[in-house]
Design a protein around this ligand. Structure first.
Ligand SMILES: [Zn+2]
Length: 474
């Protein structure tokens, strides 16, 4: 692991400037990332954010930081209640289904697990306590509908993240829904008094029967797991207002301390240049893409390779290109494993150090992943020339492999590459059995064996030259 560096820079949405990253506690990073509302499968826009956060986390780890990441799961809010009702399923049962799916998708896309995944419904007492404190301090009041609202004019810094001025706000106006536009900034709900639509979803609180608003959920959970001030808070730009603005207002009003030192927001994902929406028929979950036969590594690469503050334009051509790029890396690794040439002398050393410093400098500069990848591919090209020339010894190739593996710990797109393609004994026997079945024209058995091999990741093909097989990439 590399030593901790003093010159990592992040673009902080709060100051709208690139700043040197200095953690609260040396060598440690406390990071909060807004998670999924588990009322549906995560779409690729959600996973764009989670993959950016994964890259951030992996880069901090590369630089020697011990990261404590919290990603909440919103399992009670307007959207989840509505969806569960529509499907006639109790909220808990409904959200558990999508929570399970979420963790499957996290594994599919090779996203490192956060240290904590608190669920909103399991932290309601903490939310109630926080709302009580806000009321005691005069920030929370009861509206005529019985809900508890946050009085934004009481918080002098309101609007500092979204860059809106308090004098432009409609004072005294209230909004009960969780999401609204900047122009509609007004007092927002901390606790929503129970209504018929909530059905069986409610908790008892000193200020009445009801449920928490979405924003208080994140203030309560971040404070519980990470303390009153966080190093980094991430999320998509769509969460900047009102969600993150309201988190600041709630947390800072209670603690009197700065809530977050660095706010990092990722840009949207577009589909063929357009906004993704179910109504436009261009809405994709991770599952939709894998069902179409796309490999998770290719999806991960596509979502990863654009700088987080730029919009990703998802296209199927782009996904094909990502596949070719990942294949190029995998093939390079295979070549290295088989390399056994003469030494290239002093050719390799400078190439390796140039790639390493190029990659590191780019990533330190606000995670400039496209530049980091450019360094990596320049290096791959140069080493391929050495390989073509048979000028890479076994030891040199293994040094290159180690360096590639080190950066793949950050990128997570290559994975373990095994030397050669040797068939497991079991598979060899199956292929022979299948041959016998084919000779006996027992197509049913032959087909069943083919399926069995496929489930082992081995693809067989009958060609005029006989049976060919290959191991599917993992
Ligand atoms: Zn949040």
């Amino acid at each position: 692991m590399e030593s901790e560096r003093e010159d990592i820079q992040f673009f902080n949405s709060l100051t709208r400037e690139k700043e040197k990253f200095v953690p609260i506690e040396k060598g440690k990073v406390k990071m909060y990332t807004c998670g999924l509302t588990v009322y549906d499968f995560g779409h690729i826009g959600n996973f764009r954010a989670f993959i950016f956060e994964d890259l951030l986390r992996r880069w901090l780890e590369y630089r020697g930081f011990k990261v404590t990441q919290v990603m909440n799961l919103t399992d009670v809010d307007d959207k989840a209640i509505k969806a569960a009702r529509k499907n006639g399923v109790p909220l808990k049962e409904y959200t558990e289904r999508y929570t399970k799916a979420f963790f499957e998708d996290v594994a599919t896309l090779n996203i490192e697990r956060a240290e904590f995944y608190p669920k909103a419904t399991e932290n309601v007492p903490e939310m109630i306590a926080l709302i009580q404190k806000l009321m005691d301090k005069g920030y929370g009041y009861r509206g005529e509908d019985g809900s508890i609202y946050y009085e934004i004019s009481r918080f002098k810094d309101y609007g500092k993240l979204a860059n809106i001025k308090v004098e432009n706000l409609k004072l005294g106006a209230r909004v009960k829904t969780d999401e609204y536009a900047k122009e509609q900034a007004q007092d927002f709900a901390l606790w929503k008094a129970w209504t018929d639509e909530d059905g069986e979803v409610f908790w008892e609180a000193p200020f009445g029967k009801g449920r928490p608003g979405w924003h208080i959920e994140c203030s309560a959970m971040s404070m519980k797991y990470l303390g009153e001030t966080l190093d980094i808070h991430c999320g998509g730009v769509d969460n900047l207002f009102p969600h993150h603005e309201n988190e600041i207002a709630q947390s800072e009003a209670v603690t009197g301390k700065k809530f977050v030192n660095y706010w990092l927001h990722n840009e949207h994902l577009l589909i063929e240049g357009k906004r993704m929406a179910k109504s436009l028929g261009n809405y994709y979950t991770v599952r939709d893409l894998t069902a179409k036969g796309y490999h998770p590594k290719d999806i991960r690469y596509l979502l990863l390779a654009t700088h987080y503050r730029q919009q990703v334009n998802f296209t199927f051509e782009g996904l094909e290109a990502a596949k070719n790029t990942v294949d190029r890396l995998t093939n390079f690794m295979h070549r290295l494993l088989e390399a056994d040439g003469k030494s290239g002398g002093d050719q390799l050393g400078p190439l390796m150090s140039r790639m390493k410093s190029g990659f590191e400098a780019a990533m330190d500069d606000d995670l400039s992943v496209s530049e980091a990848l450019a360094s990596l591919f320049e290096f791959v090209k140069d080493v391929n020339i050495l390989l073509d020339d048979n000028s890479l010894s076994k030891d040199e190739a293994s040094e290159v492999c180690n360096l590639m593996a080190k950066f793949d710990k950050v990128l997570g797109v290559i994975g373990e590459i095994k030397k050669g393609e040797e068939l497991p004994k079991e598979a060899e026997e199956l292929i022979m059995k299948r041959e016998e079945a084919r000779k006996a024209k027992d197509w049913k058995t032959a087909d069943a064996i083919r399926q069995q091999l496929k489930s082992m990741g081995i693809l067989v093909e009958d060609t005029p030259q006989g049976v060919k097989w290959r191991i599917e990439k993992h």
